[in-house]
Design a protein around this ligand. Sequence first.
Ligand code: C2E
Ligand code: CA
Ligand code: CA
Length: 586
Amino acid sequence: MTFVLLIVDDEPDNFDVIETLLDHEDYQLHYVENGEKALAMLPVLQPDLILLDVMMPGIDGLALCQRLKAMPQWQSVPIIMVTALASKETLAQCLEAGADDFVSKPVNRLELTARVRSMLRIRQQYQQLNNFNAQLEAKVVQRTAELQDLLYQDSLTQLPSRISLLEQVGAVLADQRTDFALVYLDCDQFKLVNGAFGYTVGNQLLRAIAERLQQHLRPSDILARVGEDEFCFLLSPLTSHFDLEAWAIEVIQSFHDPFQTPHCEMFITACLGLAMGDSATASPEALLQAADTAMYRAKHQGKGCYHRFDPQLHEATLRRLTLENDLQRALDQGELVVYYQPIICLATQQVVGLESLVRWQHPDRGLVPPGEFIPCLEETGLVVRAGLIVLRQACQQLRDWHQQGWATLTVAVNLSVRQFASPTLLADIDQVLAETGANPAYLKLEITESAIMENAEAATVLMDALRERRIQISIDDFGTGYSSLGYLHRFPLDVLKIDRSFVRDMHRSHRNYQVVETIITLSNQLGLAVVAEGIETLDQLQALQNLGCELGQGFFFAKPVPAEAITPLLHLPLNPVLQPALGAQG
Ligand code: C2E
Ligand code: CA
Ligand code: CA
């Protein structure tokens, strides 16, 4: 390896001496006689080492050294100062100017060669390190680019990746455009392919699918692979002529032909979820999520289906999910409370019983009525747990009232269809009765006609078991369901509750008046007690009294209230004429 040495000295003789002393094939020596020339020659010569005379006219050695050490491109070239003034002061000046080493004149061969060699070795090591660093940097740049590719391109199909797609959607949105659609495609039961044929065949199939899907692209559209067997189209721009649903059907139909893989032909179907870019305010992620959600809906319809995302439906689903989570918490945290509405003997206007009605003491929403959460409890099956909570509270309350001396008071508890069908109902009731010590003879269960009719045989068995325990059974909302009076005598019933709607319209509709009359007559014939629900006016009360209706409940007497508010009502007849509209709570 040859090293280029630059000797800067105003005395050519000094150069001759150095040249003689450093006579070695590895060294290529160049000479300039002053600082200006040295600066001019540096880029041409690219020296590995500079030998610099301290005392020179013009720019002297110290000044030149300082300047070179301040220039990034020459900073690393070692400089040996050559000086006749070997005083400590001069040496200190040399070091301060940035010199790496020095030799004193007259120059001695041993010293010179030793110092030159050691400086060149350092220079060489420095350069190696530099090269190594440069290589490393190049590698990092290359790997980063490869990673970038991986991130932006799916390696199996060479299609753009999810990230790439999201960026493209982001760009469309940034232009405030809404004339586009995302179409999410998911293969049906792809896992079966992987399971039965292995991943190699699975991958071959995915490649074949990707290829076929690309045939549905217009020049400006994009197809990305966004998951294992999931693809997503960005269709943009969409004109008013473009029929998205027809396009979706075409894509689905293109799956009717088998896919060719190297070893076999394969059949598969796919579902599509369509999301319009109708809101320029949405995020790319939200739009992709919308298309994905729509795709899941399509899956529910069956294989090879498509579904268009409906923001309103989505809102409703979200609200519903929130409600479900909230209700789960409500049950865990004991947020369900029971209110009681008096049931009155219409002749004496005394409170003879109470209907327990559940309320949800919601931390933010306040008191939520059952109509807003019972249907959700019912659909999720949580109603069985909730019903048990109500039953337990109601039975405790029944026992307390009895202990306080109201010995003939009854408490009614509503049972939903699902609760009535629950296989654990009897065991649950037995346990609550044992726990609370409530007298079952004063417990009434309110069920609807539909709960009975949904499984009449099981209902008979269940009602017999309840009868054995002396628990009474009321038919709630009577008149709104099957209203097949013929079936009534087949079941061990105790009470009929006339639905509120008939009582409300008794005076306006003759037909409703007749329905109420018929129900009362029928109850009397069958030996059933009858309760009129929803009495709100004196007229209604008097009409019901005239028809011989035994019992009633309604806002005219009292609204549903917490148990504490009931006790004062038990002392007196709730005579609306003397003492109108009690209890405005609930
Ligand atoms: P329901 O069993 O028919 O209960 C009577 C409903 O009518 C109660 O509504 C009551 O507040 C209301 N009401 C009573 N008198 C009047 C009146 O004069 N005028 C009017 N407009 N309404 C009156 P609430 O408490 O909102 O309960 C609604 C329904 O929720 C109940 O109808 C029942 O089907 C169900 N429910 C309530 N608590 C429970 C429960 O613990 N379990 C089950 N499974 N369902 C319950
Ligand atoms: Ca009821
Ligand atoms: Ca009712």
